[in-house]
Design a protein around this ligand. Structure first.
Ligand SMILES: Cc1cc2nc3c(=O)[nH]c(=O)nc-3n(C[C@H](O)[C@H](O)[C@H](O)COP(=O)(O)O)c2cc1C
Length: 328
């Protein structure tokens, strides 16, 4: 059976955006506008995820839930210590990474059972988890950044894929971040995808023409994140919203979390990006107090300002208007 994601009356998915932007209201608004929205389980406690799922279920709309796949590789300890020393020198207190942070993977998998669409980022979930979700009636969507990852995801049992290009805002879904350059565009990446399962294209879409071009190349839908960051229903911080209306360039950086992500360039990406090793989620925890303090001050030079390359097209307003502008 083909997943019903291909039956959206407007083929636009409001991307899961962990860290605040994705809200229950955004997910409901996207569905009511004819698209589909995803709750972002990343960083949240299982009880917060459970209450968001209940709130969207109560609205009676289809929706998705996105989960981070925990990594298996151990970071280079010497490089991590060096980076910590640089941050301590400049900021004083830094965060302490808890041992074995897996973002409550097992509990989130249990909560996801039966959610209509369940997507994953940062790698392949175990085959047993995919099978359990499918037998509970969920459509399982795996996020990939290359044809090789797509083949692995299909072999693992994905019902559909999100093909995330390097132009995308936020963290790259790439399975192995070593050597990630973030230089693919959505149309080019889509052209390399195997066609065994439906493909949702993502990255750098800011206009109806961008979306149309991807549908014409065979995508069943387009997943847009940055375009929704200024939505009334989004939980985007004021300093982030403000920066998105400016004229910075975007860069791929590991400075904030130890995993490559596309963000608006600022002082933090310039100064610390060149020193940051691959060490997610350890560096996420290291920089958390620095970023929390920057958020309190509303300081855009120290905040992680996730943004895709099409951010200059982002407009404020109701999510329904943003979705209708992308898929008229
Ligand atoms: C602020 C922000 C947070 C994001 N968080 C997640 C997430 O939690 N899970 C995920 O799979 N993708 C996440 N993404 C990536 C999106 O799913 C999507 O691939 C991306 O937004 C598409 O590119 P665009 O931003 O150019 O539209 C995030 C993107 C942004 C901008």
């Amino acid at each position: 059976m083909l997943p019903s994601v291909i039956e959206l009356s407007r083929p636009v998915v409001a991307a899961p955006m962990a860290g605040g932007p994705s809200t229950v209201a955004l997910v409901i608004a996207a569905a009511q506008a004819g698209g589909l929205g995803f709750l972002a389980a990343g960083y949240k406690t299982p009880s917060a995820v459970a209450s968001e799922i209940s709130a969207v279920r109560a609205a009676g709309v289809p929706f998705g839930l996105n989960i981070f796949v925990p990594g298996s590789s151990s970071p280079d300890v010497a490089l991590f210590r060096e980076y910590r020393a640089i941050l301590e020198r400049d900021f004083g207190a830094v965060g302490t990474p808890p041992p074995d942070d897996d973002d409550h993977f097992a509990e989130k998998l249990r909560l996801a059972a039966g959610v209509p669409f369940v997507s994953f980022t940062f790698g392949l979930p175990p085959g047993s988890a995919i099978a359990a979700l499918k037998s509970a009636g969920s459509t399982v969507i795996l996020t990939v950044t290359s044809a090789d990852e797509a083949r692995q995801a299909i072999a693992a049992g994905a019902d559909a894929l999100v093909a995330q290009a390097g132009t995308a805002g936020g963290h790259a879904a790439v399975f192995d971040p070593a050597g990630y350059r973030g230089d693919t565009t959505a149309p080019a990446l889509l052209g390399t995808m195997p066609r065994d399962v439906p493909i949702i294209a993502a990255g750098g879409t800011g206009t109806a023409a961008d979306v149309r071009a991807l549908l014409d190349r065979g995508a069943v839908a387009v997943q847009a994140g940055t375009a929704f960051l200024l939505a009334d229903e989004a939980g985007t911080r004021a300093a982030h919203r403000e920066a998105l209306t400016g004229a910075r360039e975007t860069v791929i950086t590991r400075a904030f979390t130890g995993r490559p992500a596309r963000a608006l360039r600022n002082r933090f990406t310039d100064v610390y990006g060149p020193h940051a090793p691959i060490a997610y989620p350890a560096i996420h925890h290291l920089t958390a107090p620095i970023r929390a303090e920057a958020a309190r001050r509303g300081d855009p030079e120290t905040l992680h300002l996730w943004a895709g390359t099409a951010y200059p097209e982002a407009r404020p307003g109701p999510a329904a208007d943003i979705l209708h502008a992308l898929a008229p």
